[in-house]
Design a protein around this ligand. Structure first.
Ligand SMILES: Cc1cc2nc3c(=O)[nH]c(=O)nc-3n(C[C@H](O)[C@H](O)[C@H](O)COP(=O)(O)OP(=O)(O)OC[C@H]3O[C@@H](n4cnc5c(N)ncnc54)[C@H](O)[C@@H]3O)c2cc1C
Length: 342
């Protein structure tokens, strides 16, 4: 199979707040960016862990929620048309004879650029997996840990597992199109917003969604395709629930993953950088935000923003030594304003 190769100026691994601001800073210098993230949307920790919580220490924003901050960062970088490659991990990195870096993702996408930026936070968010017997037999074919395309579930019988926001939100979103949804959660209480919880309970009361308090004890099916799951309820009753797709939403864990194997200097799972440039010990590879470390490092969004600005200037000079760099104030520099489209 031919794989389409993407060539760009800067590949950013991680679309958290710091990766998103790097797009803006790179754009001011005329650099194009592609971003790779394991998650299915931008925002990193802000949107994954605390979308509705207010942040109080972003300069000039007395109070902004994680989601609002990310929405505004996306808006700010939109003139520079970043390209996102979601739902895939940055897996393998090698240097080409022309000194460019080639990155291959877990979905087999191939990206090439002279500049690699690790804005990978604490690492990839990976789903916590349940420990059902024969789980791996059904994974990929009929067990999904994230919803990539909703229409896949149209007219299907779904079993969703979990009691947090993701589980309840997907019950609510998929209910109108699925043939049937059963939610399985090990206890009666939920860890979700009161709004999602009350909408879910309404659907259960109307008989539109089934809810079992209990645990899955067996997966039944053939050739990786599920037919049903066996559930033991809290009262010890055994239910056979018909199931085309099983969707466990049990939370996420964080791991630095393949990046830790790329031969970069690490200090307790963080990448050491030169604070003049935010370069790692390998030419052309930079690290900013929570993933990088240096003696005075403060792990905050605002420090990541500063690191992004310094890194963009330094990496431009490294990768494009013959190009004139447009620097200046956004208030007064007309070349920069043209790039911004203002
Ligand atoms: C509850 C909570 C409250 C917080 N409150 C504040 C606050 O008030 N003020 C503040 O300044 N900071 C706060 N923080 C910290 C702040 O969220 C982080 O400093 C910030 O998110 C770091 O941004 P980042 O872009 O470096 O990394 P992240 O936000 O962690 O994003 C990194 C992204 O990289 C992706 N990724 C990693 N490895 C790979 C890979 N190999 N392939 C593909 N994708 C990959 C991840 O999926 C993730 O989306 C808080 C954190 C938490 C948990």
């Amino acid at each position: 199979m031919d794989v389409e190769k993407v060539e760009t100026d800067m590949i950013i691994i991680g679309a958290g707040p710091v990766g998103l601001f790097a797009v803006f800073e790179a754009g001011l210098l005329g650099l194009k960016c592609h971003l790779v993230d394991n998650l299915d949307r931008p925002g990193g920790q802000c949107t994954e862990l605390y979308p509705e919580k207010p942040i109080y220490d972003i300069p000039s924003r007395p109070k902004v929620t994680g989601q609002e901050l990310v929405d505004d960062l996306l808006k700010q970088s939109s003139p520079f048309k970043p390209v996102f490659h979601f739902c895939q991990q940055a897996e393998a990195l090698k240097q080409l004879p022309n000194n460019n870096w080639q990155l291959v993702t877990s979905r087999g996408e191939v990206l090439e650029a002279p500049i690699i930026v690790l804005a990978a936070g604490a690492g990839s968010f990976v789903p916590k997996k349940p420990n059902y017997p024969d789980l791996e037999v059904f994974e990929d074919k009929s067990i999904d840990y994230a919803v990539h395309k909703m229409n896949k579930y149209e007219g299907k019988e779904l079993v969703i597992v979990g009691g947090g926001d993701s589980a309840l939100d997907w019950v609510l979103s998929l209910q109108p199109m699925a043939k049937k949804i059963t939610l399985i959660h090990r206890r009666e209480g939920f860890r979700a917003t009161t709004d999602s919880e009350s909408k879910f309970k309404e659907l259960v009361a109307l008989g539109k969604v089934d809810f079992i308090i209990g645990n899955i004890t067996k997966l039944n099916g053939e050739d990786g395709q599920l037919g049903s799951v066996e559930v033991e309820s809290a009262e010890g009753e055994i239910h056979q629930v018909v199931c085309d797709y099983l969707l466990p939403f049990l939370g996420l864990k964080v791991s630095l993953g393949p990046i830790a194997e790329w031969g970069l200097n690490l200090d307790r799972k963080h990448i050491t950088v030169d604070t003049e440039t935010f370069a790692t010990d390998v030419e052309g590879i930079y690290a900013i935000g929570d993933v990088c470390t240096y003696p005075s490092k403060i792990k905050l969004i605002l420090t990541g923003f500063y690191e992004a600005a310094v890194m963009c200037h330094a990496s431009f000079k490294y990768a494009f030594p013959d190009r004139k760099m447009t620097t200046g104030y956004t208030t007064t520099n007309t070349a920069i304003q043209e790039r911004l489209g203002v």
